[in-house]
Design a protein around this ligand. Structure first.
Ligand code: JB2
Length: 216
């Protein structure tokens, strides 16, 4: 069993802690979060021990971690900041299904009820959230998020940082571009360009003027 730390102490952390524990592969040592009001508080057992900083990792002897923050840009930034300092854990809930031949990158989380079918390839720090599905031969880039109940048919491509909202679906073979957003419940039947937002049934895309990058 590997001891891991959870990075981020909000709602998604609860889901990731549950997935990690259920898998039987991990013991959760604690949580790191930059919000000092959270320090010393607990999340279903593990305590928030301090900030997301190299000094904290050294002080606590953190060797393995997973970033449990829903925002794709924030996960990307934290991963870049800590890369090389920890090994990123790949967490699959005991009640998720990941088929033979599917691959999951370091730091990726597959939540309860999610399904990943054969030969799907998923990059680093991705989230396949509750009861989402990723069908055969899909290719998902780093830091994507397939929200709860969203479904990707076979051979779908998600570029780095793409977000597919709750209950949305993408028909076979379509591509959702880098850092694009698919709105809740949308039905994607045509490719979505990089950085665009696509909403509705069928989904219509509008280009973004600029990607919003949250503060670190
Ligand atoms: O820019 C940031 C930042 N933004 C939020 N930099 C750093 N270093 N930390 C950040 N955080 C931290 O992530 C906050 O301190 C907070 O503890 C945590 C985010 O918690 P929150 O509950 O707001 O979001 P979440 O990511 O846990 O959950 C979101 O995503 C999930 C997938 C929510 O939308 C959930 O409803 C959703 N299920």
């Amino acid at each position: 069993m590997t001891t891991i730390w959870i990075i981020g102490g909000g709602g998604h952390a609860k889901v990731v802690i549950d997935a990690a524990r259920s898998s039987g592969a991990f013991a959760v040592a604690g949580i790191l979060d930059d919000d000092e009001r959270a320090w010393g508080t607990e999340r279903g057992g593990p305590l928030v021990a301090g900030p997301i900083a190299p000094e904290t990792l050294r002080r606590l002897g953190v060797t393995h971690a997973v970033i449990a923050i829903g925002n794709n840009r924030v996960r990307e930034a934290i991963a870049a900041r800590l890369d090389g300092m920890v090994d990123w854990a790949t967490v699959v809930h005991a009640r998720a299904y990941v088929a033979a031949g599917a691959t999951l990158g370091p730091g990726t989380v597959v939540c309860a009820g999610a399904i990943v079918q054969p030969d799907a390839r998923i990059g680093r720090h991705a989230i396949v959230n509750t009861a989402a599905s990723v069908d055969h031969d899909c290719e998902l880039g780093d830091c994507v998020h397939v929200a709860p109940g969203a479904h990707l048919a076979g051979n779908v491509t998600l570029g780095e940082g793409a977000f597919v909202g709750i209950g949305a679906s993408v028909i076979p073979g379509r591509a959702v571009g880098r850092w694009a957003t698919v709105g809740a419940g949308a039905a994607v039947i045509a490719d979505v360009p990089d950085f665009a937002t696509a909403v509705g049934v069928p989904a219509r895309a509008r280009s973004a003027q600029a990607a919003t990058i949250p503060d670190m």
